[in-house]
Design a protein around this ligand. Structure first.
Ligand code: ADP
Ligand code: MG
Ligand code: MG
Length: 875
């Protein structure tokens, strides 16, 4: 088995084996870019390592040694050689990029002897000893698991007591002294000496990088991004280039386009005379890449050319790491850059216009899950508040919340349901849970490519970086801007798009759909064969959804029209009526209201199809709460025992009690209501057809699809459909028009799915109500499950996901599949769709596409994402 591949290995192997970083290093090498030579130890070797109880196999060890020989031949340097030593980096790199979550060791091969050779060869002892001490520090941190602050604190003290302001002032002699101290620190804390043997250094580092696949932050990152744990990481061993050789050296990070706005411009930062991590770590605030154009114009244009080459090759925006060693440019990494939704959409459309990708390829450049970001509110440009301070606009979005200075605290408060803004000097991968919990992150140091910025953009959260004018005092939990003091708990608003920070709350407004966004979704609709409808109960929601591109309504729940406080008394009268006459009186009151709702919805839709569901929920949802009634009655008995009010409440209580059910979700609800009290459905149907008649008479087309809920037996559907037909006929004849409509049902019980062939004989359409279908298939009550045991199931690995969020394709999905197949056997014209939360989820959408459904239906704000996901399913 082949565990190791050289970067220029003739046969390209995929990134499943090489990891993203390794695959791209090989790819760049093949494209002829200047990449320091090296080799990749595969993810398979990592998995074998874990299977063997965290032990490198003999085969892998041998192959690594052989590859090292090749690397030595190519570079003309030898690991541990005292004349011309090879130095390497040992870099993690998984299949999915997990920025900064795993470990990397630089300058490996340094020891007491080789450092002298490096000092001689470079005529730069200061550089040599600095590199050596960096290596000891990284080795201690990454390989021996020591706390980095042990070294940092020592360094800090040394600097202060020598009267230096920055590391630049350190001499070779200083570094030598620090190296000796570092060795002692290592010995004391780790209980072993820092290894001088480069082979020991190398193999320990490779194991440590494999181990970092399972460190705490990597585990959390994988959980957040749904990355499976069995993939493992690859390890790249690469010869070092040095950005810290002097003022003609440096290191930087660049995006080929702006990852925040999508603008087509090289975007990034660099530091002169610095190594690797320095830019990303946010410790020194780097210079914007534009200045490189001035400082090193030739190198800058070489950089631009190579970036264009990479973009054209990968057909995607790239995020690259480069290093300049004595004026020569080297590429150390490229990957598809993380970006905000706004940037993703802009780049996708621009790349089509620039001829880099096709329209279809462009659709794949945007993740549907991101799109909701574009529909979030943003700061009202008309506001008049004075900003407190500005930083770099690292990730857009508006957020208001209480200031906190610590990631744990951010998580704690957010779990209590509070909105917080995390304010830090800089963030490290250890703060990731705080960034997740906070509405936005602000840092005083670090640039647009710092850790906080990259992570926040990936999550679609607002972020402002490098806000140098705020002075953070972590100790006393406050920051100051000139004379203004902001304490923990004070409310601020941040605008990630401008980088501005305000005291207090600022008004926000609804966003508009941008031109490029519309363009992209038009391409999506051209590609897609799966319709996207919306779940909307009110004319306002319907209007919003149509604006966002819904081609109709997949679910209009009529009960929401009953919940309106003005109508509730009439609804309660209807429910509690003791005679048919009383009930009809109440229904007659409700009819014109319901009719008006339908009219407005039909007018808004202008002929687009609308699925209207007749009354579904258990009736007690409309009634007063028993406990509140009891309290009222007890109070009245004490204070006004003779009052009329008391008598009324007592009667009400009796009626409510009569309607009480021990399991209302499975009780008198759905079509069972219509079966027992046909007059309720009759009122709704009458309102519907009268509204339809009125709107048709105005010359506006209407296409209703009437849905009978919670059917489990075909006889229920037959009886209720007959009622619909009867009313339609009467109203049609009375008005001298023929009313076109469909009748059908929601498939939301297993029996309905299992007898779909019978049910389809009475239905024009099926809509899979996957919320209830999930409840009834699992036998989980949604209201109880989520709080009581689902969380445990998921943490325990019993279930992979919450089935109310992610469609359970094996179980619930099987009922959908057989429902469609059986239904179409009886009625080949059967229209099929899905409503319920799942209708907006991209995996469920792909599933619906595969099952041959006609449409998915989701809430208005998820419509754009669903349109894109529907198109992607077809690609
Ligand atoms: P991460 O995945 O956390 O970005 P990397 O493996 O990319 O970790 O390495 C961290 C830093 O070290 C990067 O800035 C990278 O450019 C730098 N680096 C890695 N290998 C080398 C090398 N061979 N020469 C110079 N710098 C390197
Ligand atoms: Mg990197
Ligand atoms: Mg239901």
């Amino acid at each position: 088995q082949k565990f190791v591949f050289m970067f220029d290995h003739e046969k390209a192997v995929g990134k499943e084996m090489l990891g993203g970083k390794g695959a791209n290093l090989a790819e760049m090498t093949r494209l002829g870019l200047p990449v320091p030579y090296g080799f990749t130890v595969t993810t398979e070797a990592c998995n074998a390592y874990y299977e063997a109880g965290e032990q490198l196999s003999e085969a892998a060890t041998l192959q690594i040694k052989k590859s090292l020989k090749k690397l030595e031949e190519r570079t003309g340097k030898t690991l541990g050689d005292t004349n011309n030593p090879l130095l390497v980096s040992v870099r993690s790199g998984a299949v999915h990029s997990m920025p900064g979550m795993m470990d990397t060791v630089l300058n490996l091969g340094m020891n007491d002897e080789t450092v002298k050779a490096i000092a001689d060869l470079t005529h730069n002892p200061r550089f040599a000893y600095d590199s050596y001490r960096r290596f000891i520090q990284m080795f201690g941190d990454v390989v021996l698991g020591l706390d980095n602050s042990l070294y940092e604190n020592y360094l800090e003290n040394y600097r202060t007591s020598s009267g230096y302001n920055s590391d630049v002032q350190m001499t070779a002699g200083d570094w030598k002294e620090i190296i000796e101290a570092y060795k002692k620190i290592t010995m004391e804390a780790a209980g072993r000496t820092f290894p001088q043997d480069p082979y020991e250094q190398l193999f320990l580092s490779i194991s440590a990088v494999f181990d970092s696949w399972n460190n705490k932050r990597a585990l959390l990152y994988r959980r957040l991004h749904d990355i499976p744990g069995h993939l493992g990481t690859a390890v790249n061993v690469q010869s070092m280039v040095f950005g810290n050789m002097g003022n003609d050296s440096g290191t930087g990070v660049a995006f080929t386009r702006n990852p925040s706005t999508g603008e087509s411009e090289l975007y990034g930062e660099y530091l002169i005379n610095a190594q690797g991590e320095d830019v990303v770590a946010g410790i020194r605030t780097p210079q914007p890449i534009n200045e490189l154009k001035r400082e090193m114009p030739d190198l800058y244009s070489e950089l631009i050319n190579m970036c264009n080459l990479l973009e054209n090759h990968y057909k995607n925006m790239q995020d690259i790491e480069f290093t300049i060693e004595n004026g020569a440019l080297f590429f150390l990494q490229t990957r598809n850059g993380k970006r905000t939704a706004q940037s993703a959409v802009q780049i996708a459309v621009d790349m089509v216009n620039e001829g880099i990708v096709s329209e279809k390829e462009a659709l794949l450049l945007v993740d549907p899950d991101q799109l909701s970001q574009l529909l979030h509110k943003h700061i009202d440009p008309g506001h008049t508040s004075q900003k407190l301070v500005s930083g770099l606009p690292a990730s857009p979005g508006a957020a208001t919340g209480e200031v906190v200075f610590d990631a744990d605290r951010a998580e704690l408060l957010s779990n209590e349901g509070r909105n917080v803004i995390l304010v830090r000097p800089e963030t490290t991968p250890e703060d990731i849970h705080g960034i997740v919990a906070a509405k936005a992150t602000v840092t005083s140091r670090g640039g647009m490519t710092s850790h906080a910025a990259v992570v926040a953009r990936g999550m679609g959260k607002a972020c402002i970086c490098g806000c140098g004018s705020i002075n953070i005092d972590l100790e006393s939990e406050r920051f100051t801007v000139a004379d203004t003091i902001v304490e923990e708990g004070d409310v601020i608003t941040v605008d990630g798009a401008s980088g501005d920070i305000y005291l207090g709350e600022i008004a926000t407004i609804e966003p508009e759909m941008s031109e490029v966004f519309r363009q992209l979704l038009d391409w999506a609709d051209n590609t897609s064969t799966l319709g996207v409808r919306t779940n909307a109960d009110t004319p306002e929601d319907v209007r919003k959804a149509v604006e966002l591109g819904a081609e109709g309504v997949g679910l209009c729940r009529t009960e929401h029209m009953f919940m309106d406080s003005g109508r509730l008394p009439a609804v309660q009268k209807m429910i509690l009526a003791e005679s048919e006459e009383e009930r009809n009186k109440a229904l007659n009151k409700l009819l014109p209201m319901q009719q008006q709702d339908f009219e407005r919805i039909f007018e808004t839709l202008r002929g687009r199809p609308v699925t209207i569901r007749l009354l579904d929920p258990p009736l007690h949802e409309f009634l007063p709460n028993v406990e509140e009634l009891l309290v009222d009655i007890t109070r009245l008995e004490l204070t006004e025992p003779e009052s009329v009010e008391l008598g009324r409440k007592q009667k009400l209580l009796r009626s409510v009690r009569l309607l009480e059910e021990s399991n209302p979700m499975l009780g008198l609800r759905g079509c069972r209501l219509g079966m027992v009290h046909p007059e309720i459905y009759e009122m709704q149907i009458t309102a519907l057809f009268q509204a339809m008649t009125g709107v048709l008479n105005k010359g506006i087309d209407v296409n209703p699809e009437i849905m009978i809920p919670l059917v489990s037996h075909v006889a229920e559907l037959r009886e209720m459909s007959d009622l619909v037909h009867k009313v339609a006929k009467e109203i049609g004849e009375r008005n001298g028009i023929s009313l076109n409509y469909l009748t059908g049902t929601m498939i939301e019980t297993p029996r309905a799915a299992l007898t779909a062939d019978e049910i389809a004989s009475e239905a024009d359409f099926f809509s899979f109500g996957t919320n209830d279908l999930t409840q009834t298939t699992f036998g989980f009550s949604r209201d109880d499950a989520e709080g009581k045991f689902l969380q445990y199931y998921i943490e325990n690995g019993t279930l992979p996901d919450n089935p109310f969020m992610k469609l359970d394709q094996e179980g619930v999905g099987k009922l959908v599949e057989s429902g469609v197949t059986l239904g179409k056997q009886t009625n080949p014209q059967l229209k099929t769709g899905i409503c319920g939360e799942h209708g907006g989820d991209k995996d469920a959408i792909r599933f619906c596409f595969d099952q041959g459904l006609d449409y998915v239906s989701c809430s208005p704000f998820r419509v754009p994402a669903a349109r894109l996901a529907a198109a992607q399913s077809a690609l």
